[in-house]
Design a protein around this ligand. Sequence first.
Ligand code: CAP
Ligand code: MG
Length: 421
Amino acid sequence: MAEYIDTGYEPRASDLICEFYVKPAKGISVEEAANHIAAESSIGTWTEIRMSKKIKEMKARVFEIDGNWIKIAYPSILFEPGNMPQILSSIAGNIFGMKIVEKLRLEDVRWPKDIMKSFKGPRFGVNGVRSLIKVKNRPLIGTIVKPKIGLNEGKHAKVAYEAWCGGVDIVKDDENLTNQSFNHFKKRVIMTLKTREKAEKETGERKMYMPNVSAEVHEMEKRAKFVKESGGEYIMVDIITVGWAGLQSIRNLNEELGMVIHAHRAGHAAFTRGMHGISMIVVADIARLIGVDQIHVGTVVGKMVGKQDEVVRIREEIEERFVDEEKSMHRLAEYWGNIKPVFAVCSGGIHPGLVSKLIEIMGNDIIIQAGGGIHGHPLGTKAGAKAMRQAVDAVMNNIPLKEYAKEHKELGVALNKWGFI
Ligand code: CAP
Ligand code: MG
C-alpha cells in the first residue's frame, strides 16, 4: 500500500506541507509509517478501500524522506478554509495515536495562501501594540498579579496599581484567574481599570490591563464585551484550554470590539515538549493565523523549558525578522503577506538579573513579563517594578546591570537577592 509515497512529487504552491519527525514502531520502516500517516491524515485508512480516481487525486503525498524526517504535501481541497479545528483534525489528528508510530511530532507547516487568507490574522500586531502603549523601541514590561490566586478584587487592583506606578507597562491576570468566588471578573475589571487610570495620571504613561476572559465561548464573548464597555483595550485568552474554535470565535467578535488579544499558552507543554506531539512553532503560527497580537514563546533563561534555537526560531517565525531561509520552510519573507507580526512574550521565572541576557538573546521587540520577579522583591511590588524598568533602561543604555545598580537601589536589591547573568 505504498501509494502515498511519491518522492518525485513537486508540491504545488496551493498544497499545505507538513514536516514530521517519525519514530516508527518496532519492525516498521520509516517509509511504511510515512505511508500510513499520509493515508490516515488525508483520504485513506488501514486497509484498501475502493475509491474513484477523483477521490484518489485528493490524497496526501510523502514527497521527502530524510532519516526520521518526512514531508507530506496535502492538496488544499482536503481542507475547509477558515476552519482550524478541521485542518488540525486532518494533519494533527488520528495519526498521533496510530500503533504504527512510536513517536510522531508535527514540526512545521507551510500554509498555502488560500488557507492563510481564510483567517483574520492579528488586529494590532507588534506596531499596533507599540503605538497603543506609546513605547517605540525598548522591550515592553509586563507583570502578572501574584499571588496568582486568592486576592480579592480590591487587593488585585492595588497590586496592579503598585506595579504600574513602579514602571510596568502591562498588568495581566494569571492564567487560572477568571471569575472565582473570591474574585469576581466584573468587579476586578472595574476596580483594576480604575487604579489603572490613577497610575496613568501619576506616571504620565499609558498603562494596560489584560483581564483573563478564558471561559466557555458565549461567556468569553460576554466578558470581552464587558471589558470593552468598561474602557479596557486588552483581553487575555488561554488559547490551549479554550481551544482553537474558542480562539476563532473571540477573534471574530474582536472585529467589532477592536481589542488587543494576548495569548497565554498554559497547557502547551503537554504536547510541545519532546518528540511526540506538535512543536510550539506550529502552535505559534496557528495563533498568528487566527489572529492573536502577542503570545508567550518562552525565555531560554527562565523557569520554563525551551532551548535557545527553538525560542529564537518561534520569535523569528511570528515576527518574521531575520528569518533564516535555511531553517524555515517559509522560504520567502513575504510568505506571511499582510498578516501582521505578533509580539513575542517572554515570561516565566524572569527577574531583573536575567533581563540583559534575555534581550541579548531575543532582541528588543519582546514583552518581558515577571510575576515573582517583581512581587517577590524584598522592598515590595513597586520596588520590584522599578527594578525591572531599571534593568531594561540599563540594557537600552548599554550599561552593565551591576554598574547601573550602583545608582539604582531597587535594581541593586534585586540583583543581590536573585543574582544576575
Ligand atoms: C509567570 C507565569 C506565566 C508563565 C507561563 C506563571 O509567573 O504567570 O503563566 O510565564 O509560562 O504562572 O508561571 P512568574 P510560559 O514570572 O512568577 O514565573 O510563558 O512559558 O507559557
Ligand atoms: Mg501564570
